[in-house]
Write a new protein. Structure first.
Length: 87
């Protein structure tokens, strides 16, 4: 189930970006673990912030003004920048 959200980075808390978050359970060593996928939609500001990030680069996001949580950069596609909470 995909959910549209507004995100802010810890480095730029005044800048709200559009995104979607999708819960993706995956198998860990012996149990199922939650791995949320966050896709920040491309825009001029997002391109400046995230272009050039290395794989697994840590970025702290506040989702819908909640506490900041660390996500890990995974890839970029035509739609946006893809991060995971537990890669």
């Amino acid at each position: 189930m995909m959910l549209r959200v507004s995100v802010r980075t810890e480095r730029n808390p005044e800048l709200a970006l559009d995104a979607k978050i999708t819960p993706v359970p995956r198998m860990g060593l012996s149990t199922v673990v939650q791995n949320d996928e966050l896709k920040v939609f491309r825009c001029k500001e997002a391109d400046v912030l995230f272009t050039g990030l290395g794989y697994d680069h840590q970025v702290s996001f506040s989702i819908n003004r909640a506490d900041f949580v660390t996500y890990y950069y995974q890839a970029r596609d035509d739609e946006g920048f893809i991060f995971q909470s537990n890669p």
